[in-house]
Design a protein around this ligand. Structure first.
Ligand code: CUA
Length: 362
């Protein structure tokens, strides 16, 4: 019976557990505080998770992310520091069966741990709002680009220039307003270096603003699972000088004029150019056009093999069908991922040029 009785009051007082708020604890708290500040500032300044940003919006987003990372790192060091210290210093001794110290709260601590997080949350809310407002700020000279997503391709229409491209070209330091819509399912426009990712939906217009600040070519990635060709639904964003942007523009205008006008003087050269500008090279390999795409069938020698593909169908008819109605001529082993609308996207003259060019690939 006597064994199960609690120790007498005098016995309990004889054991003197370490005081929680003694000098050692205050010193440790100070050291943890200093470590937290150093770790937080270090993590924020040398943020290892992001490569360099290539847009002005990305620079602001990175600043916000660095501040978040710095604050999170500080809090991590504080929480883990006090946890480790408490485990080591205030552990129960092997034979110690006494009660722990009784606490009834600590007003000072409670004020601190309520006020500090509240201040952090308010600061982050204000900072985030400022960044969001800034990256969505319209600019008077912004270049409008209408982005169309479809299984499994991107296309970019410049209404002011009346030009369509399979790549997104952007003049350096000029804001581009992307107005995005999908023809079928939900896709997502993402350029990691621009730090911009936005859903592209069939029933709703979504917008994004990007100002390229570094000349270069950056991958456009579809970031929403949209079907068998999702992982191949890629293009490129090209940030270029105003002069390069202009000459790219003139190249496209030239191709368009040739498409509408008379027969091109050099049909093979015109076909080769269309093959690249139309984006065929992204998915098909063809030595003559310097193309190395892997997604679709290789097109070297297609002028010869086309006649043998479908019984009773001429080489020319087969190639034409493969461009304008590709799902009718799926080569075994390949997925039906080619867009079905090249017949609407390309002027008839350009389809003819492409067919003749591919027929010539003996
Ligand atoms: Cu489009 Cu994934």
């Amino acid at each position: 019976m006597s064994m199960s009785q609690p120790p007498a009051q005098s016995e309990r007082d004889s054991v003197s557990p370490p005081r929680v708020f003694d000098t050692t604890s205050k010193l440790v708290a100070f050291v943890i505080g200093v470590l937290a500040i150093v770790a937080g500032v270090g993590a924020g300044m040398f943020n290892p998770f992001l490569s360099n940003s290539a847009s002005s919006q990305g620079i602001l987003i990175d600043a916000l992310f660095s501040v978040l990372l710095g604050i999170a790192t500080s809090i991590f060091v504080i929480v883990q520091g006090f946890l480790l210290y408490s485990i080591v210093r205030f552990s129960r001794e092997p034979d110690d069966e006494t009660d722990g110290m009784a606490f009834r709260g600590h007003t000072g601590l409670e004020i601190v741990w309520t006020a500090v997080p509240a201040a952090i949350v308010v600061f982050l809310a204000v900072f985030s709002y400022q960044v969001l407002a800034e990256i969505e700020q319209p600019r008077p000279d912004e270049l409008i680009v209408e982005v169309t997503a479809q299984q499994y391709a991107w296309s970019f229409f410049y209404p002011d220039l009346d030009l369509t491209s399979t790549e997104l070209h952007m003049p350096l330091d000029r804001q581009v307003l992307l107005r995005m819509r999908s023809k079928d399912v939900i896709h997502a426009f993402w350029v990691p270096q621009f730090r911009i990712k936005r859903d592209v939906m069939p029933d709703r217009l979504t917008e994004a603003r990007i100002t390229g600040t570094e000349i270069g070519t950056y991958p456009i990635v579809c970031a929403e699972l949209c079907g068998v060709g999702h992982s191949y639904m890629r293009s490129q964003a090209v940030v270029q000088s105003a002069a390069d942007f202009l000459s790219w523009q003139q190249g496209l205008i030239g191709a368009k004029t040739r498409g509408a006008g008379a027969k091109p003087a050099d049909p093979m050269a015109a076909g080769r150019q269309l093959f690249t500008q139309g984006g065929c090279n992204a998915c098909h390999a063809l030595a003559d056009a310097g193309a190395a795409g892997q997604l679709g069938p290789k097109l070297d020698g297609i002028g010869t093999t086309a006649a043998t593909r479908v019984l009773g169908q001429s080489a020319e008819a087969y190639i034409r069908t493969s461009i304008v109605k590709p799902n009718d001529t799926i080569v075994p082993g390949y997925q039906p991922v080619m867009p079905q609308d090249y017949g609407q996207r390309l002027p008839p003259r350009n389809v003819d040029t492409l067919v003749q060019y591919l027929l010539g690939q003996k």
